[in-house]
Design a protein around this ligand. Structure first.
Ligand code: NAI
Ligand code: 15L
Length: 285
């Protein structure tokens, strides 16, 4: 039987009915943001490009509106989402940091974003969640999206909160979200752990398209990884998206395996969250 998303084109331009009028992209100056900023043009007539004040570089393309904003500023975030149909939310602290930093950008930030979405009638959000929501599972375990959350730090905890916020705002207000528990989206898989967690920009882009346009997602959680030879995550619960990654970390294997292997008892080799499981505590704030 054909799934709803089999009909979604994988390459080329989107049909006009599969485009938003205005899309908000937060975290546009970050690693993923820079890599996808030009690609999201196909998703909407107008793209509102946002990050912290002073960090966005380059001129605005004709379809872009540059809108610096601190996600921790509630009023500013309300204004940021005005007239937007959908949001790709990449902004926030992306590594393990003292709780006070995470609180502002990721916890208040995600609350502000969902409130702004409610007030402005935004119907669809793609939330950049993280594998660190479940980072304390071992690398010899395979989990799906229904596995109990086991955050590996304040950062993972904030992404767990973001997923709960997404569920709440779907159940109460009907705002649909796809939470992508991103593995490691970088140009290359840099170490043994990333051989399992790596995701290419192309696969991320394809997943983003499905996350934005697949009807009836409610709140769907999907793990974001390429078709790596070995993975820890089962995406059966997200089959509505019809996501089938095409890339693989295999092409980095020789380079990765030429580097010294960590001891088998090193948390980097034991836990899916790797070094995040031992980053901190941060005693002197
Ligand atoms: P990044 O750290 O390069 O980019 C995040 C951006 O958010 C930065 O440009 C930063 O200036 C902005 N930001 C931070 N605090 C902010 C605030 N208070 N208000 C507005 N903007 C703020 O991270 P990256 O790698 O591009 O990741 C994008 C998103 O995906 C992040 O939310 C990250 O947690 C998530 N993610 C990324 C993974 C990866 O492999 N790159 C893996 C798992 C999750
Ligand atoms: C993340 O959540 C981080 O944002 C990113 O910088 C990487 O550390 C990634 O996870 C990872 O687990 O490789």
């Amino acid at each position: 039987m054909e799934s709803q998303t089999d009909a979604l084109p994988l390459q080329g331009t989107l049909e006009p009915e599969l485009r938003f009028d205005r899309l908000l992209l937060t975290g546009a100056a970050g690693g993923i943001g820079k890599a996808i900023r030009h690609r999201v043009a196909e998703f909407a007539e107008h793209v509102r490009v946002s990050d912290l004040p002073g960090v966005l570089s380059g001129d605005a393309a004709p379809h872009e509106e540059i809108a610096p904003c601190d996600l921790a500023d509630r009023q500013a975030v309300d204004a940021l989402a005005a007239d937007c149909d959908a949001i790709v939310h990449l902004g926030g602290v992306s590594v393990e940091r003292p709780f006070e930093e995470i609180l502002e950008a990721n916890i208040k930030g995600v609350f502000n974003l969902y409130e702004a979405a409610r007030l402005n009638g935004v119907k669809r959000i793609v939330f950049a969640s993280s594998n660190h929501v479940t980072g304390f599972y071992r690398q010899d375990e395979r989990i799906d999206a229904s596995a109990r959350k086991r955050p590996d730090g304040y950062y993972g905890l904030s992404k767990s909160f973001g997923e709960d916020m997404a569920q709440l705002y779907f159940d109460r207000y009907g705002i649909e979200t796809v939470s992508i528990r991103i593995g490691s989206v970088f140009p290359e898989a840099k170490d043994r752990r990333m051989m399992a967690s790596w995701m290419s920009y192309d696969d991320f882009h394809d997943l983003l398209r499905r996350a934005l346009f697949t009807p009836g997602v409610g709140h769907t959680i999907v793990f974001g990884m390429s078709a790596n030879a070995h993975t820890w995550w089962d995406n059966r619960d997200a089959s509505v998206l019809g996501f089938e990654p095409r890339d693989s970390s295999e092409r980095f294997r020789d380079k990765v395996e030429a580097t010294p292997a960590p001891a088998p008892t090193d948390p980097v080799a034991v836990y899916q969250g790797g070094v995040f499981t031992v980053t901190g505590p941060f005693d002197s704030v």
